[in-house]
Design a protein around this ligand. Structure first.
Ligand code: SF4
Length: 283
């Protein structure tokens, strides 16, 4: 059985216990900020060596559709819904020609299913008509597709095309603010500010590390500071629960001993003791 905080961590390496919060890095030089940011990313890479996109997909079309569906819901719910969708409509041409009411029925568990149906049928039509049924590998083409913004485009570019991209989702915004990497609030400006701290080749993995940490440990309302492996580096330590035992109970997914979000996670996740998510309707 997976124990809290054990997946991918060396045996016996307990989360640090800190009594006081570190001082905010007032007056930190740009060079010191770069060093600190990269150190946090290196630590997170040790905590989540198996980090990966948490949407199940087998090709760029599936990743694009799944990312659009993930707005306002969990990746888990999308992963539980897309097997039926892609079994019935495996290609952009199939989905472009679909009966919207039948697609709505399949997408109902994802929420906002009428709008999402319009988006995925619309983008499938655009792919079929303008791109020969292929997902384009350029940002400027992707953002022209219905329902596709920069965040979705970067997820697809980074994970289906191997082109570096920073995914500024709600977790990313919250965590980089807590770490004082940037004071920007606009996602595009956050993307530029954080991108300047790292080499491009780090961008995609950095996004995974930050988002994974936000989902598992550094939650919006109750960050588990007392069980956080990067607490010694964090200026916001103490914003959440600092008691180690209470903090451990706040951990989610594999860090809390629970299944992950993907029904078909990569082997590296399973090898590290992670467990697949259950299909829709399973107990
Ligand atoms: S959980 Fe607490 S210590 Fe860890 S990164 Fe978040 S705010 Fe900082």
């Amino acid at each position: 059985m997976t124990t809290a905080g054990s997946v991918g961590k060396p045996a016996g390496k307990a989360a640090p216990v800190r009594k006081t919060a570190v001082e905010p890095p007032a007056g930190e030089s740009p060079t010191a900020l770069v060093r600190r940011a990269r150190r946090i990313n290196r630590e997170l890479a040790e905590v989540y060596p198996y980090a990966h996109p948490e949407l199940d997909f087998e090709n760029s079309f599936q990743l694009l559709v799944a990312t659009v569906l993930s707005a306002q819901t969990t990746d888990l719910r999308v992963n539980q819904t897309t097997p039926a969708l892609f079994a019935k409509y495996p290609t952009p041409e199939d989905l472009a020609a679909a009966n919207p009411e039948e697609v709505e029925e399949i997408l109902r568990p994802c929420g906002f299913f009428r709008a999402k149906t319009r988006s995925v049928i619309g983008l499938s039509k655009a792919l079929a008509e303008d791109f020969g049924g292929e997902v384009p590998g350029r940002l400027e083409d992707l953002v022209k597709l219905p329902g596709v913004g920069r965040k979705t485009a970067f997820v697809v570019l980074g994970n289906a095309f191997g082109r570096p991209g920073i995914t500024v989702d709600t977790h990313f915004q919250r965590l980089v603010r807590r770490w004082q990497w940037t004071a920007e609030t606009d996602p595009d400006k956050i993307e530029a500010a954080v991108g300047a701290l790292f080499p491009k080749s780090d961008w995609t993995d950095l996004s995974h590390h930050v988002i994974w940490h936000g989902r598992r440990i550094c939650h919006a309302r109750k960050p588990a500071c007392g069980a956080c492996p990067i607490a010694p580096l964090c200026p916001a330590y103490g914003e959440g629960e600092t008691d180690p035992e209470k903090a451990k109970k706040l951990l989610k997914y594999e860090k809390g001993g629970f299944p992950g979000q993907r029904l078909k996670p990569p082997q590296s996740y399973l090898d590290a003791g992670g467990r697949p998510a259950p299909p829709l309707g399973a107990a």
